[in-house]
Design a protein around this ligand. Structure first.
Ligand code: DC
Length: 238
């Protein structure tokens, strides 16, 4: 059965899953190959976290977080080849990948007011679609009518070793045990928070990437996109 964008769906590819599941690499590759825009919603939460840390906010106080970030001007880029993000005029593309931001982001992303603020920006950017959006709540909350929904998983060990490899490429030398502990703690917080937690949308296709190469996953997602009519030059029937 072919699912094509029609009145009940929008031309959006939603890719959700826990950290280290390969979402970013897959989402960027799919967007690049289909000539679509790309939105990294995690980078948006990270940018506001960077701002809160920069302002010295006590992250145990949700109201203080809201006060610090509510008026921020967030500008996420949508180029899958070179995604950039800036907040209040600062390009924080590199800074948001620090361990400090990574370990603080769950506290910021759990605040309902922050989520509502970013939801509005995300929906504005998504607009009429033609975009691949990655995050934790895209298929459930941000774009529930997305015509392709993927929930990407991998074993905790596989995700921790991928994350550790990325971090050592950035010059951080953390042991696998520490990374495993941090990833488990962040997953638990992201999945258990009250506001829009990480959950699989009922109509999402779950892909376990533990034993798959990135290219295998990209090929699977591209075939889901094709079935949904999201192929360049192919028009959805009206
Ligand atoms: O994908 P990432 O690791 O860059 O995401 C950073 C954090 O932001 C992650 O801990 C969960 C949160 N997040 C979220 O709550 N909702 C999203 N749509 C995307 C990310």
């Amino acid at each position: 059965v072919q699912r094509r964008p029609d009145a009940s769906t929008e031309p959006v590819v939603a890719i959700d899953g826990p950290s280290g599941s390969g979402k970013s690499t897959v989402a960027r590759a799919v967007a690049d190959r289909l000539g679509l825009r790309y939105l990294d919603t995690g980078a948006m939460y990270r940018a506001l976290t960077w701002l809160a840390l920069e302002k010295g906010v006590d992250l145990t106080r949700p109201h203080a977080i809201v006060d610090a970030v509510a008026c921020a001007t967030l500008e996420p880029g949508t180029d899958p080849v070179e995604p950039r993000v800036s907040v209040d005029g600062h390009d924080v593309t590199a800074a948001i990948r620090s361990r400090e931001v990574t370990n603080a982001v769950s506290a910021v992303s759990a605040v309902p007011e922050v989520r509502a603020q970013l939801l509005a920006v995300q929906r504005d950017i998504i607009g009429a679609g033609d975009i691949v959006v990655e995050g934790r709540d895209i298929g459930t909350t941000v774009a529930p009518r997305a015509c392709v929904k993927v929930f990407l998983t991998a074993s905790t060990e596989a995700r921790a070793s991928r994350r550790q490899r990325e971090e050592s490429e950035l010059g951080a030398d953390t042991g696998l045990d520490v990374t495993l502990h941090e990833i488990t703690r962040r997953d638990a917080r992201d999945s258990s928070r009250a506001a829009s937690p990480l959950t699989r949308a009922e109509d999402a296709t779950e892909l376990d990437s533990t034993e798959m190469t990135i290219e295998d996953v990209v090929v699977r997602v591209l075939s889901l996109c094709r079935e949904a009519g999201m192929v360049p030059g192919e028009q959805a029937p009206s």
